[in-house]
Write a protein that binds this ligand. Structure first.
Ligand code: SF4
Length: 470
């Protein structure tokens, strides 16, 4: 596929959007409250923080739920068919809410809108949607909403550009933890995946912009950052000079944020340099999400993954040698076109061999426009369902075994909130990425607490506080 240059949104273009924000604030009939509904991955969750930031600048306050908002926006995902159907079902349900609030504005954005033909479909079949825009138009939300308010007709805009917009407003969900997007899009074209078509070609943010954002977060008291990208390992492609993901991590480490995580990584781009940075770093947490997708070489080749089972296992071994006890997680697809029982058994044996802390398991979902959707030999639903059930049962068992290594171990937990099961307990993530529950109260939220893991209860690690015993 031909190279495409990213389109950097200029300061003038952003200033223009600020003028639209001011115009909206001056309109007597503007929406006063908003609600953002987010589907999909962390990238989408982070985009929703930007959407919320822009809406607040337009003078809107967050509503407690979608029934009480003047402006409801669905930030959609289309990676799986059921996510798309769920989003469209919920958008349609909002038509009823409009009967109570005739001024309600319904907006839809995200990956789903970026699919070929979706803009036309919305204009024809979903006429009650007021505003729709794709992933690359996010920075234009003020302009598009202003048009909707002034013209009182549906505004649907989808552009086929690979944009990077810096310095957009943002309402972060947490004070102690923050996402930083380091790159957008993907060039890998795995045969089942729609991401390269809806998120555009791979493009990296300038390192200086990322470092400036991290410094600002450190000053505001953030204790953990998660670096985001469809394939963070290939960060730097297209930037000037010898810029690598490992190099970015080294620079980020100097800033002094105590905890750094990242996702997602492609096994083919997991370099020795990155493993070395993880081995020597105190801030980069001992956790790695390494999607394997399948354990059989022929299926991996059909998936266009560019690694073999053995190469993947080599990377796992290298990570474990460098960072003993590292928390490994993965994504797995079952029922890929043509997958035989024998090939599925290769996935099962790989899961046993690696012993992941957790695995996101999916039944293959054909996505129009991808290579795999056109493959003959699609697997019947009942076969795929039976396979995923067996895989989940196996992973449950492997997870229990993997979790047992934590019992008796010291950990540090960044407390996220009160435990759902007890009023005198809190929970959060340990350094290895596993959820841990410990005694505590509201005042611990946002703090890093040292603990010792005592037992595993209902798949959760339970711990005692170390300081209290001194
Ligand atoms: S690496 Fe493959 S699965 Fe991941 S986003 Fe890119 S194309 Fe999709």
């Amino acid at each position: 596929m031909a190279e495409r240059k990213p389109v950097i949104i200029t300061a003038e273009q952003l200033a223009e959007q600020r003028r639209y924000i001011e115009e909206i604030r001056s309109l007597p009939q503007r929406p006063r409250s908003y609600f953002v509904v987010t589907y999909g991955c962390q990238m989408n969750a982070h985009d929703s923080e930007t959407i919320a930031g822009m809406l607040q600048e337009m003078g809107m306050a967050e509503a407690p739920d979608r029934e009480h908002a003047d402006f409801v926006i669905f930030n959609t995902c289309c990676v799986r068919d059921n996510a798309e159907r769920r989003a469209l079902g919920n958008v349609t349900w909002l038509k009823e809410v409009r009967k109570q609030n005739p001024n309600l504005i319904i907006a839809v954005c995200g990956c789903m809108i970026q699919q070929p033909g979706m803009a036309e479909k919305i204009l024809k079949q979903y006429k009650f949607i007021d505003l729709a825009f794709g992933t690359t138009n996010l920075y234009k939300l003020p302009e598009l909403l202003c048009r909707k308010l002034n013209e009182d007709r549906a505004v649907v805009v989808v552009e086929d550009k690979d944009t990077i917009a810096e310095n957009l407003p943002m309402k972060r969900l947490r004070k102690d933890f923050a996402y930083i997007t380091i790159m957008y899009g993907c060039d890998n074209f795995c045969s089942y995946c729609i991401v390269p078509y809806v998120r555009g070609r791979e493009r990296s943010r300038e390192m200086d912009a990322i470092l400036a954002e991290a410094r600002q977060l450190k000053e505001s008291g953030v204790k953990e950052i998660m670096l985001l990208g469809q394939n963070v390992n290939s960060y730097g492609k297209g930037l000037e000079g010898d810029v690598t993901f490992a190099g970015l991590l080294r620079k980020l480490e100097e800033i002094g944020i105590p905890r750094i995580r990242f996702m997602t990584s492609h096994p083919k781009d997991l370099s020795d340099e990155l493993i070395e940075v993880m081995r020597t770093s105190k801030c980069i947490l001992p956790q790695f999400h390494l999607p394997v997708q399948a354990g059989n070489d022929d299926i991996l080749q059909q998936m266009n993954r560019h690694y073999s089972r053995e190469k993947y296992l080599n990377r796992v071994r290298a990570l474990r040698e460098a960072v003993p006890g590292i928390g490994l997680t993965t994504d797995i697809i079952v029922g890929f076109p043509g997958e035989t029982e024998e090939q599925f058994q290769d996935t099962m044996s790989l899961v046993k061999e690696v012993g992941y802390d957790s695995a996101f398991t999916f039944i293959y979902s054909p996505r129009t426009g991808t290579k795999a959707a056109a493959m003959l030999d699609q697997i019947p639903d009942d076969v795929a369902t039976d396979r995923i059930q067996r895989l989940i049962a196996l992973q449950d068992q492997c997870q229990k075994e993997a979790m047992s290594r934590f019992v008796g171990m010291e950990e540090e937990v960044l407390v996220e909130g009160l435990s759902r099961r007890s009023k005198t307990a809190v929970s959060g993530k340990g350094r290895h990425g596993v959820s841990i529950t410990l005694p505590g109260s509201e005042k611990d939220i946002g703090e890093i607490v040292r603990v010792r893991v005592t037992e595993i209860k209902n798949n959760t690690l339970m711990a005692e506080r170390i300081e209290e015993r001194k």
